[in-house]
Design a protein around this ligand. Sequence first.
Ligand SMILES: Cc1cc2nc3c(=O)[nH]c(=O)nc-3n(C[C@H](O)[C@H](O)[C@H](O)COP(=O)(O)O)c2cc1C
Length: 344
Amino acid sequence: MEMFKPYVLKDMTLKNRIVLPPMDNYCADNEGNVNDTHFNHYVSRAMGGVGLIIVEATAISQNGRISDNCLSIWDDSKVPGLKSIAEGCQKYGSKVAIQINHAGRKCTANGDDKDYTLAPSAIAFDETYRVPKEITKEEILDTVVHFGTAAKRADEAGYDALEIHGAHGYLISEFLSPITNKRTDEYGGSLENRARYLIEVIDEVKKYWPSNKPLLLRVSATDHLPDGMKVEEMVEIINMIKTKIDMVHVSTGGVALANINLYPGYQVKYAEIIKKECDIPTIAVGLIRTKELVNEILGNERADLVALGRELARNPFFVVQNAWENKIDYDYPAIYAHAFREKR
Ligand SMILES: Cc1cc2nc3c(=O)[nH]c(=O)nc-3n(C[C@H](O)[C@H](O)[C@H](O)COP(=O)(O)O)c2cc1C
């Protein structure tokens, strides 16, 4: 079965093709510390046999948080907690990545300073969000440095892979999209200019992230809006940077409100386009709930890995349950061997 084929990316070998995509649990304290809920959540998915677990959006700075309750990686004190998640999951044979993020204009965390929230241009997401301050070149450099130190800490915490959050209308994605980037300097206008910030972040991260460990980039391949990012443009961007990254995690939307036609696997075509047009491995994600759809995507080589978000939230045992039901010889969690020896 396609789902259970191992996958190798640099020094990381996955035991199967199922990914837990980053999903913010919004349950950290105000300092973004890891707690028991985070640990139990991620380790349960590891016990359930998930091949690659990507830890939720983790803030590189205080004003890079989506909310007051996001995980953080903005100082060294966060390393032990984040390490406990990585080690806890690795114990059950999963590989673990962490997503590093700056929330840009979608930061809702409390900040005293009226200029707390930064974005390429001073345009609010909608009336419920603060109007961000247009980020200066000096502040751009600060955030780039923060992405680099976050990568260094992620390595120290023992993560197998790193995902840069370039999707869903957070800071990197805001630079990429013409809807949120109205700058007239070298960071705005042409596609090359809008991609400049992303490239600076990747280059800084690569100073600290070991070259033998995979570097993933999550993108919104389209904004689903006439004046927004189109997949053809995203293909051009990925082609610009593909020698610097190892895999693209292909999502869509989140930059501005849009009517999206939702159906099972609705984003898979974008993962397929980027895989084929850019010749780079991809992760497909979005309303994927069944083994049939997972195997269709992998069997037809539309993506290399498949991420199941809300399905794995509902059922952490999706992988081992499918292995058992399909009589796959699998490395079941030792303490549950009795259950998986049951006749089917
Ligand atoms: C509660 C929740 C939190 C999320 N947090 C993140 C996040 O931290 N980073 C991210 O890139 N995507 C995030 N997402 C998007 C998911 O990674 C995924 O792309 C989305 O849920 C679609 O996949 P699904 O239909 O399998 O759930 C989140 C989604 C949900 C439902």
